[in-house]
Design a binder for this molecule. Structure first.
Ligand SMILES: NC(=O)c1ccc[n+]([C@@H]2O[C@H](COP(=O)([O-])OP(=O)(O)OC[C@H]3O[C@@H](n4cnc5c(N)ncnc54)[C@H](OP(=O)(O)O)[C@@H]3O)[C@@H](O)[C@H]2O)c1
Length: 299
């Protein structure tokens, strides 16, 4: 049984996801410490303890982790490999729960795929954590697959919708339901996970704010703007082809192409609904798709 979790370190707390996670943890009255690189210029809210750390040094990370109950890593994709030292330090400092920087597709079911090759850093990190947990049963972990970052994707145009030009790219039929989470929802799920440590120990959880199809989003933006948007149709088979070509040249920007194939292809079947949505079984409500899309349109 894991005793209650109160003191939480957020690694990469200044990032896209990290900021929102910190905000939700503070709202839920956790004591939050942010880890940031020694040379970083990131800034943090006043009620957060900030520690500058060297991710290469297990010894200094161990000192920085003393007295902490949980580590939530939202570290940047490029730094996924740095988490091994963090795990070793968390073990040495007797931290009870480690949440690694996953937060995308379910990396436990990738098998021998091209996208699995790109995400192997995440897969290996979680395998490493799981091995340590088996050797040290008091050391527990939770993995979180959130699907696409939905509000972030609208803001940065990564999901194919552009409100300035009123254009959209729709892949395949556009009818496939897609696992997607707003950033604050991921933060709320982390709060729920850390508040229910026994129920969530050594579990890989899939969560979603909702599972919209591209056509559902298109319907909302057209109704709200009162205009037909210009739609370009594209094929996920073609995206896969481009992705594989890039990957064969060692170009990891292949990820976006391969991701489109994985999530938008007709019959992809990666939606997270009903009992598969751990967020709702932990007490969260699914979110309102139209409200999220409208908030983006009018921002
Ligand atoms: N599902 C999705 O659609 C989606 C989209 C984007 C990302 N993700 C995933 O979500 C997780 C977090 O991504 P994010 O976009 O929130 O991260 P991010 O904003 O790119 O980076 C988070 C923080 O990591 C630190 N950092 C940056 N480079 C580093 C380095 N080389 N070494 C150590 N620390 C470094 C920085 O903090 P300091 O400057 O304070 O040190 C940065 O603010 C990742 O696992 C990523 O793959 C998912």
């Amino acid at each position: 049984m894991t005793s209650s979790i109160k003191n939480v370190v957020v690694v990469g707390a200044s990032g896209n996801l990290g900021k929102e996670v910190v905000e939700e943890l503070i709202k839920a009255n956790f004591n939050v410490t942010a880890f940031t690189r020694e040379n970083s210029t990131s800034t943090f809210p006043p009620n957060v303890t900030v520690k500058k750390v060297n991710y290469q040094s297990v010894e200094s990370l161990t000192t920085a982790l003393e007295g902490q109950d949980a580590v939530v890593s939202t570290i940047a994709t490029v730094a996924i490999g740095s988490q091994t030292a963090l795990v070793d330090a968390a073990l040495a400092a007797k931290v009870k729960r480690f949440i690694p920087s996953e937060f995308g597709v379910n990396t436990r079911i990738l098998g021998d795929t091209a996208i699995g090759t790109i995400l192997q850093g995440k897969v290996k990190t979680l395998d490493y954590i799981n091995g340590k947990s088996q050797e040290n049963p008091w050391f527990t972990w939770t993995g979180i697959s959130s699907g696409l970052f939905f509000d972030w994707g609208l803001k940065y145009g990564t999901n194919g919708f552009n409100k300035d030009t009123k254009t959209a790219v729709i892949y395949d039929s556009g009818n496939e339901p897609v696992q997607a989470s707003n950033l604050a929802f991921v933060g709320k799920a982390i709060v729920a996970i850390l508040s229910q440590p026994d129920k969530t120990a050594n579990q890989y959880l899939t969560i979603a704010s909702f599972n919209p199809s591209q056509n559902q989003i298109l319907e909302i933006v057209e109704a709200e703007t009162g205009e037909k948007w210009k739609v370009d149709h594209a094929s996920t088979a073609e995206q896969e082809k481009i992705g594989l070509e890039k990957l064969s040249k060692g170009d990891y920007s292949a990820f976006s192409n391969l991701l489109r194939r994985r999530v938008y292809a007709d019959g992809a079947n990666h939606a997270v609904k009903g009992d598969k949505n751990a967020a709702t079984t932990l007490g969260l409500q699914e979110e309102d798709l139209a409200a999220t899309v409208k908030a983006w349109l009018h921002n």
